[in-house]
Write a protein that binds this ligand. Structure first.
Ligand SMILES: [Zn+2]
Length: 317
């Protein structure tokens, strides 16, 4: 095939659809984004196809899509998404029918894991566990230099492990999932609790005196300015994050854990307490090589870059 071959990578998130045209070496050649019509599956599908049409040119030989939820990677169907109105959506077939270009679909965090492993914080390792911490928690596993998808593509849906039975309700229908106690959603919820208890706090002030208006972003901003209550919230959420990571390190034995997603942008305010809790929780910490817990490097680009390069490597050869 020609050296000029490229692929589209489309990352369909809860608020934004990110579309990139990507070269084989991971270079982003063009990027576009549109808001996700999250309430209507058909509109979201149309928006995704329109974005692909806009980005495609004669060099594009494959399209990779990353979508949040249970993605049947064998069939190219999004089966279920806790935070989108999409159910049983044959994304790969719809895109291939519309553009005449082969398409494959993966879970968004699986695609992001591939992006970080090929071009970001996971480079040079054979075994990597990625956890994306945003509003929810996603995961991705590279085992022996391959993306581990499981039997259907459902692997690494780590956010929905129940860690607090009877805890806060989750979009998946359960209570006390990891993503409800160790994510941006948890930071916001704890921030509102603190603002209710401390009406004169920085957090309550940032929310204009309305505790119910406190968001996770406000908590992170207050913590960055040295506010002790906000720093305490990030430490608590970081602790829950580190405990969960210890469980997955026990299960997977990776060489490195990469933490991505918007919450990871709080840096050591969340990663330092996560590392402490991890060391305290992982099995036999004194008898195993240390496992670095590091921040992701590609930010919001990881999913689209990973989806595109997976598609190039698996469909475009
Ligand atoms: Zn859940």
């Amino acid at each position: 095939m020609s050296g000029g071959a490229s692929a589209l990578g489309i990352d369909v998130g809860g608020t934004k659809i990110n579309g990139f045209r990507v070269a084989r070496d991971g270079t982003v050649l063009r990027r576009e984004a549109v808001a996700t019509p999250a309430e209507d599956a058909e509109e979201a599908m149309s928006a995704t196809i329109a974005l692909a049409r806009e980005l495609a040119d004669e060099d594009v030989v494959a399209i990779g899509v990353g979508a949040a939820g249970l993605v049947d990677a064998n069939e190219g169907v999004l089966r279920f998404s806790p935070n989108l109105a999409w159910r049983e959506l044959p994304i790969a077939r719809r895109i291939t029918d519309a553009l005449g270009i082969p398409c494959q679909v993966d879970n968004d965090a699986n695609a992001a894991a591939w992006g970080e492993w090929r071009f970001g914080a996971g480079r040079g390792y054979r075994h990597m566990f990625l956890v994306t911490v945003g509003t929810g928690i996603g995961g991705g596993i590279v085992a022996g230099r391959r993306l581990f998808r499981g039997a259907h593509g459902f692997a690494a849906e780590v956010g929905h492990i129940i860690v607090e039975p009877g805890g806060p309700p989750c979009g998946c229908g359960n209570r006390g999932c990891w993503e409800q106690v160790a994510s941006g959603a948890a930071i916001g919820r704890l921030g509102r609790e603190v603002a209710r208890e401390h009406p004169r706090s920085t957090l309550a002030g940032l929310a204009g005196g309305d505790p119910e208006a406190v968001t996770g972003v406000m908590v992170t901003a207050a913590a960055g300015q040295g506010d002790d209550l906000a720093i305490g919230i990030l430490a608590e959420v970081g602790r829950r994050l580190g405990e969960g990571i210890a469980g997955f390190v026990n299960a997977l034995d990776p060489q490195v854990v990469v933490v991505g997603g918007g919450v990871a942008e709080a840096g050591d305010l969340i990663l330092a307490p996560a590392r402490v809790a991890f060391e305290a929780s992982v099995e036999g910490v004194d008898h195993r090589p240390s496992v670095p817990i590091v921040a992701a490097q590609l930010g919001n680009d990881a999913g689209a870059i990973g989806a595109a390069t997976l598609a190039l490597e698996e469909l475009g050869a």
